[in-house]
Design a protein around this ligand. Structure first.
Ligand code: IVH
Length: 680
């Protein structure tokens, strides 16, 4: 099934909204609502959409937040040979099966020569090209065949040598390995970002991958990246200067490349299984970087060649032995409900704090009431909690055998936890909503969104401070933010003269943000950053959008019916009208500069097209007028700026003449637009 561009744009917007909301729930509220799996799925869907439809990309997409610039901006780099991925084994049994397959191909050779066991570093794969020992290029893995040239960024990573040590490095060699961020540096970086009001990174891997793909190397340089090498490639025909993987690792180390020190030689898979068990049980917790398994490789490079690659992607001669997911048992202390800015009520679990895979888990996602009922979770239960690799913890199941009888079944409250309004089911009957637009819980979330980075980006206006302002009665809606004074802030806890002045200044600065950010911040249903930009660009001002009909809005390329009707219903709401009046009174910017609607040659003009034009189709003429800022309407009235008339124009032309409107032909239109090209 192929979707229209409108549907794709709407889907991309929806994905962005859901991802941003999930980020916020996770990082700011500490009460995630979707699983990490679901998050990854949505994230990947958005990445795919943005890759297939570059016109849907926006500078504020959550895909950009992790640091990935639009792919086209980094130059492509073709790897000497494919950068392979790895097959997985989750049990010792699967490892033995893998060895069985090897033995069938090679006879007894494998047992004789053994395997290397190396940690599987959880970061971003890169290939470093050294020519006569000098670092010439660094590239990301990309799709394995073609990656992106990130040489200036690679040069900022301090443990990557710019020149190999030793006397005779090969003419050309590609050193492959993983760029990662150590845990302690990651945490320090996130703490600093939190202090500066910047969004936090979900995990060290995302942080490393994002830092690597920055367009500005000084940004990469400011992120604490490290490197471990574990593979090498040579140009076709040129032999690698080692016979075994073990020798490869040791040679890289001699050249000054960091190589992870837990590597071991194993004589067979039983030996390897013992190594894996040791690392999983004791070694892992003492590491200062993330790993997601142990990689076993047939040691002999000649045998590796013989074994080859399956499906062009996975070598037969290597496998990743993954660890069992991190599971802990703890007590379910409470189930609480949080209300989002759209009114959705989301249950989450409050847990007795427990360590899982090196981090303390206090909350877990519960999605919805059905999940709690299906799993028969009761408050007071002992539960198994899983952190699948990263991000949002989930409850696997309760341990009914440990029940004492005092556990309490839970039901979704029928009322909003914030305003006590009776909750309603949504159209699909899956989620429960607070229908009260004035709900303080929803308002809090709405204001948080308004101040967030993708919207007005008010530095220093954190979640806690917004709660404080609402609690003090200073702020009831987003417009009230602009009337807060430094003196009022100083009367509150945790504000000093400087922090109060800074916040007031940040609020004042945010008034000048472009319309697209304001539109996103207003929290119109279905309008995320992408739709906000399309609308802002097309209409050019808040007033033009507010007075637009659904039909007018539907003419914006990339905007579909759901968004159009959400926008008109938002602006027809009396509460919105009051809010806009307040924002206007505070001097908030209502215009989008650089938009055709303001700056195009036909900005603000209303045009009627009639008759057959010599060259342009009706559709082409309409698009031309619109891309230069004009509006096309179907009937002539006093507000018509000019009529574009072709052959057989008929009654519209007569009406135009009778009203004294200007009539122009196609050549004149092109001339007017042409003039705008030369001045743009
Ligand atoms: S070997 C066959 N060794 O894991 C060669 N990969 O899932 C493939 N990785 O893209 C790579 N630590 O980025 C190898 N010691 C290690 C590794 C490792 C991490 C990554 C690598 C690869 C991915 C495959």
């Amino acid at each position: 099934m192929t979707l229209s561009i409108h549907e794709n744009a709407a889907r991309a917007d929806e994905l962005r909204q859901r991802l941003e909301r999930a980020n916020h729930q996770y990082h700011v509220l500490d009460s995630p609502e979707i699983s990490d799996l679901e998050y990854d799925r949505l994230f990947r869907e958005l990445l795919d959409l943005e890759r297939d439809f570059p016109e849907l990309r926006t500078p504020h997409s959550p895909t950009v937040r992790v640091g990935a610039p639009p792919q086209s901006l980094l130059a492509k780099h073709q790897h000497l040979t494919s950068m392979l991925s790895l097959g997985n084994a989750f049990t010792d049994e699967e490892l033995r099966e893998w060895e069985g397959r090897l033995l069938r191909v090679t006879g007894d050779d494998v047992r004789g020569l053994g395997y290397t066991a190396e940690l599987k570093i959880d970061g971003a794969a890169v290939a470093l090209t050294y020519r006569r020992g000098i670092l010439e290029r660094g590239a990301t893995r990309g799709n394995g065949v073609i990656g992106e040239d990130v040489t200036p960024n690679i040069r900022t990573i301090r443990d990557i040598p710019l020149r190999l040590l030793g006397t005779d490095p090969p003419e050309i060699i590609e050193v492959r390995g993983e760029v990662y961020m150590p845990f302690d540096r990651f945490e320090r970086m996130n703490e600093a970002r939190a202090r500066d009001g910047e969004p936090l990174f979900a995990n060290p891997r995302n942080a490393a991958a994002g830092a690597l793909r920055q367009l500005d190397p000084s940004v990469t340089a400011s992120r604490p990246l490290r490197f471990y090498g574990f593979a090498a490639a040579a140009p076709p025909g040129a032999p690698l200067p080692f016979d075994s993987q073990w020798e490869l690792l040791n040679t890289l180390e001699h050249w000054g490349i960091p190589v992870e020190s837990h590597r071991q030689l194993c004589k067979d898979v039983d030996d390897a299984s013992a190594v894996v068990a040791r690392i999983e049980e004791t070694g892992r917790a003492s590491l200062n970087f993330g790993i997601d398994g142990v990689v076993l490789k047939v040691n002999s490079l000649a045998l590796q060649d013989e074994l080859g690659v399956v499906g062009g992607r996975e070598p037969r001669w290597a496998i990743a032995r993954k660890f069992a997911p991190d599971i802990a048992v703890t007590k379910l202390l409470d189930i609480r409900v949080n209300v989002g800015r759209t009114g959705a009520l989301n249950p989450y679990a409050v847990l007795e704090p427990v360590e899982i895979g090196g981090t303390t888990v206090k909350l877990a996602t519960l999605h919805n009431e059905d999940l709690v009922i299906t799993k028969d979770l009761r408050i007071g239960d002992w539960v198994q909690v899983k952190r699948a690799g990263e991000v949002i913890p989930q409850i696997i199941a309760p341990l009914p055998e440990r029940r004492t009888g005092s556990e309490q079944p839970w039901r979704m409250p029928r009322f909003c936890p914030a305003c006590k309004t009776e909750a309603e089911k949504d159209e699909e009957e899956v989620a429960i909503y607070c229908p009260n637009v004035a709900c303080p819980g929803r308002q809090l979330e709405g204001i948080v969104h308004f101040a967030s980075r993708g919207a007005l980006d008010i530095r220093g206006l954190s979640y806690a401070r917004i709660e404080q302002l609402i609690g003090a009665g200073l702020v009831h809606d987003v417009a009230d933010i602009f009337s807060v004074t430094a003196d009022q802030l100083m009367a509150l806890d945790r504000f000093a003269r400087k922090s109060a002045d800074n916040l007031v200044a940040a609020i004042a600065t945010s008034k000048k943000q472009p319309l697209s950010r304001l539109l996103n911040g207003l929290g119109i249903r279905h309008v995320g950053t992408g739709a906000a930009q399309l609308l802002a660009h097309h209409f050019g001002s808040l007033d033009a959008l507010a007075s637009a009909s659904e039909e007018d809005i539907l003419r914006v390329r990339g905007i579909g019916g759901t968004i159009a009707s959400a926008v008109t219903s938002f602006f027809s709401n009396p509460t919105t009208k009051d809010l806009i009046a307040k924002l206007r009174a505070h001097g908030v910017e209502f215009a989008e500069h650089g938009s055709a609607a303001n700056d195009g040659a036909l900005a603000g003009l209303t045009v009627v097209i009639t008759g057959t034009l010599p060259n342009l189709s009706r559709q082409q003429a309409t698009e031309l007028v619109e891309t230069h800022g004009g509006h096309v309407t179907s009937s002539v009235s006093r507000s018509t700026s000019f009529v574009l008339a072709g052959d057989n124009a008929g009654s519209k032309l007569e009406k135009a003449r009778s009203l004294g409107a200007t009539v122009i032909d196609e050549a004149e239109l092109l001339r007017r637009i042409g003039r705008s090209h030369t001045t743009e």
